[in-house]
Design a protein around this ligand. Sequence first.
Ligand SMILES: C[S@@+](CC[C@H](N)C(=O)[O-])C[C@H]1O[C@@H](n2cnc3c(N)ncnc32)[C@H](O)[C@@H]1O
Length: 255
Amino acid sequence: MKSEGFSPPFSEIAPYYDRLMSFINYQSWVNYIERIIMIHRIEEKLILDIACGTGVCLELWLKKGYNVIGLDGSEAMLEISRNRFDYELFKQGRVKLLKSDMRNFSLDEPVPVITCLYDSLNYLLTPDELYSCFKSVYENLKSNGLFIFDMNTIHALQVEWGNQTFERRDGPIHSIWNNVFDPHTRISTLRLTLNIYENGQIKTIKELHQEKAYSLDEIRKLADDAGFKISLYRHLTFKPACEMDTRIMGVAIKL
Ligand SMILES: C[S@@+](CC[C@H](N)C(=O)[O-])C[C@H]1O[C@@H](n2cnc3c(N)ncnc32)[C@H](O)[C@@H]1O
């Protein structure tokens, strides 16, 4: 979808992304996922994070002693990720970054755990795309490996975001979040405007983002079809997910 004057998602906002998301407690997300990994008795300390963005979670995993692979489709986001880590970590093979599409990627070796966080799967706008991603993940996992992801629900996109405009201020960034939800396609279109106050001047960035909401049954069916055994939980809990949750966690096992 094109919109006059709006850039594609994650092109221009990359340098401002971490500041905009500074309210997220990524550490608690990573701690929760590590618990799931331990429950499943996976001992190899290697994580592939698809749609890794600016690499915030990669850094947290690294601090826990894991080796990390980050994959993302946006060169601008990967560039921020690259600058986060010392060159030595790349040389030692502790960090790898790949520019690839999460709907169709291929690693040299399968990995024990793959994650995909912060709505990234909602950016796949058709069931076929979501299925392709599940299938690619499945093919790049070891046997008994885990795919752990979060997603926004229909309730989140239709009601919480709805047809509303929000404004925020994060330090020098004034952001305007204009959301429109289409109930037929279940796609939420976000026109995001950032006004950034830098060196006495205002820089304006506009990006168009789209997320699709899937029902819990659709997610289960697509993951099943890809070969997974999947459980859905309320975000950061082990309670079963329901449609009224805003964010859910998926834990999919490659049997
Ligand atoms: C909301 S950000 C989340 C970034 C990171 N996971 C986090 O938790 O901060 C979504 C990310 O998904 C990436 N992305 C969206 N569609 C993608 C695709 N088809 N393949 C690879 N990356 C994609 C974007 O480039 C962006 O970095």
